[in-house]
Design a protein around this ligand. Sequence first.
Ligand SMILES: O=c1ccn([C@H]2C[C@H](O)[C@@H](COP(=O)(O)OP(=O)(O)OP(=O)(O)O)O2)c(=O)[nH]1
Ligand SMILES: [Mg+2]
Length: 149
Amino acid sequence: MHATLQLKRLEHGKDLPLPAYQSELAAGLDLLAAVDDPVILAPGQRALVPTGLSMALPAGFEAQVRPRSGLAAKHGVTVLNTPGTIDADYRGEVKVILINLGDAPFEITRGERIAQMVIAPVLQAEITEVAVLSDTERGVGGFGSTGRN
Ligand SMILES: O=c1ccn([C@H]2C[C@H](O)[C@@H](COP(=O)(O)OP(=O)(O)OP(=O)(O)O)O2)c(=O)[nH]1
Ligand SMILES: [Mg+2]
């Protein structure tokens, strides 16, 4: 599937490279921290980190902001609201909500790759209210209901 992603570098991100796929078939585009000064995340602390980017996704697509496994495995740093949702009609700055679940302070420096963004198709469903739902074998069972005797 082909889609064009329009990216705009904001004033405070003009010197940072545009996100790029890091390998031929990479799913994610790395997002960089557009912080001026380093930000120290204490254990348990979170921060809304600017990327210096705004964008226009094609209609019918979203961008998902996801953690980088390296930061998670090495430092316990992840994206709090993963997967973050960027709507196709959002024109504000893309920001990343990072949280430090590790046990040491983590320093976010300018230009560091803090998260990745995956472009994915979305379906906007037509909503219709009903009084009765169709019967199924599963019915109301969930939360570990299958495979029991
Ligand atoms: O990790 C994220 C998640 C969201 N956004 C931006 C793009 C998205 O289109 C907008 C709204 O996100 P969301 O719908 O998740 O937040 P909300 O709390 O429901 O805010 P709103 O009422 O603005 O929809 O915020 C980001 O920059 N980063
Ligand atoms: Mg919302």
